[in-house]
Design a protein around this ligand. Structure first.
Ligand code: SAH
Length: 377
């Protein structure tokens, strides 16, 4: 015999809302918009996840919130500190999946590296996340939740004791393939009632999804980084298969449109240096030629970080230095990214998390990419 049980209506995770979403949700509850903003401050300034403790929110509203929603950051499976102070969190998602977020402290700033997808479907040859395949997009709550968890751990206080001064969407996944959720999460990073970071301190890194770069420039004010890794199409297609769909000329055109729309900004081009692959003087010359046509850009050289099973190796230190010098001598602003946290596999391209059920989803993803559906994502 079936028993009739009252099904509780599904509670809503408030971390899924940006400011407007939160106001709309409060309107549905019959509450004034300023109430939403009050609660938003509790969530992001005081890092409070218990309505009980929101002392300036009336009892009746607290009870209403308790009944209809919750504040649900991802659960920490484990966290680990590297010898250099870098901190990595493995955060549990649904169904045994897990993603990683990394905090990189430096003397003048603290950067949080945030993931956007469980795994990644782009299959860049030198990236450890690629070997995991793709499972799914992260929700807004799961993206901003990474920052919430790190901020809470670090004792971050917005506008006072900022431990996280910068966020880079450079963790697992391709952020532009999870556009809406990533944009909502970044708007919470930027919002004064959220984490209150300036546009130049929130950076989205992409492997080069041209139409989405245009869309991003029209949607939100953040900084852009582009994973280049090679300045000729043949080599770039080998390293970053997405280049086949959006070759370098199209990518650079999109970057120039970005700069035209945001005249006072610059774009960072990431270039991972792999021994004998893309680190020779001729590669530097190609890169210089390409950068000459880009106003206001900088190159960020990343020494390759190895991971089990990779066929690539890190370039020798002298080769890296020579490569940088060649660019600098040609007037290209070039930084060398220091390798951080590699003793806990937290460095660029080493994030793996745990991705279940990847084969089927990977196959679906490939099919969609082949069909060109990704244009419409
Ligand atoms: N999908 C986005 C976000 C990932 S960002 C993108 O491609 O930009 C991660 C950065 O680290 C990218 O620039 C990526 O190309 C780089 N990277 C990936 N694997 C790496 C590795 N093994 N060593 C060093 N850098 C790596």
């Amino acid at each position: 015999m079936n028993q009739v049980v009252d099904q509780p209506t599904e509670k809503v995770n408030l971390l899924d809302f940006d400011r407007q979403g939160l106001r709309d949700f409060f309107a549905q509850l019959g509450e004034k918009p300023y109430r939403a903003e009050q609660v938003m401050k509790w969530i992001y300034h005081h890092l409070e996840d218990n309505f009980e403790n929101m002392t300036d929110v009336g009892k009746t509203l607290r009870a209403k919130l308790e009944a209809s929603c919750y504040i649900g950051p991802p659960k920490t499976v484990f966290d680990k500190a590297a010898a250099d102070g870098t901190h990595k969190w493995l955060l549990g998602m649904d169904g045994g999946n897990a993603i990683e977020a990394v905090y990189i402290p430096e003397p003048t700033r603290g950067t949080l590296c945030v993931s956007s997808q469980v795994g990644c479907g782009l299959n860049c040859q030198f990236c450890s996340t690629a070997t995991q395949g793709f499972n799914r997009n992260l929700s807004t709550a799961e993206i901003i939740g990474q920052m919430w968890v790190a901020a809470k751990y670090l004792g971050n206080i917005t506008h006072q004791n900022r431990r996280i001064t910068n966020v880079v969407m450079m963790g697992m996944g391709e952020p532009l393939l999870n556009f809406d959720n990533v944009v909502k999460a970044m708007s919470l990073m930027r919002d004064d009632l959220g984490f209150g970071l300036a546009s130049k301190r929130v950076t989205l890194s992409t492997a080069g999804l041209v139409p989405m770069i245009d869309k991003l420039s029209e949607t939100i004010d953040v900084s852009l980084a582009v994973s280049l890794h090679a300045a000729n199409d043949e080599l770039r297609t080998e390293l970053v298969p997405l280049n086949k769909r959006y070759p370098i000329a199209e990518l650079m055109a999109a970057c120039n449109r970005w700069l035209a729309r945001k005249p006072r900004t610059s774009i960072t081009f990431e270039y991972t240096l792999m021994k004998g692959v893309n680190d020779q003087p001729e590669h530097a010359r190609q890169l210089i030629k390409l950068m000459r046509r880009m106003a206001n850009c900088k190159v960020n050289l990343i020494p390759f970080n190895p991971f089990p099973g990779t066929r690539f190796e890190r370039s020798d230190a002298t080769v890296i230095r020579d490569f940088q010098t060649q660019l600098l001598n040609a007037g290209v602003l070039t930084m060398l990214r220091r390798t951080r946290g590699d003793d806990i596999d937290a460095a660029c391209g080493q994030l793996k998390g745990q991705v279940l059920d990847r084969t089927r989803r990977q196959a679906e993803f490939r099919k969609r990419l082949d069909e060109g559906v990704i244009h419409a994502v």
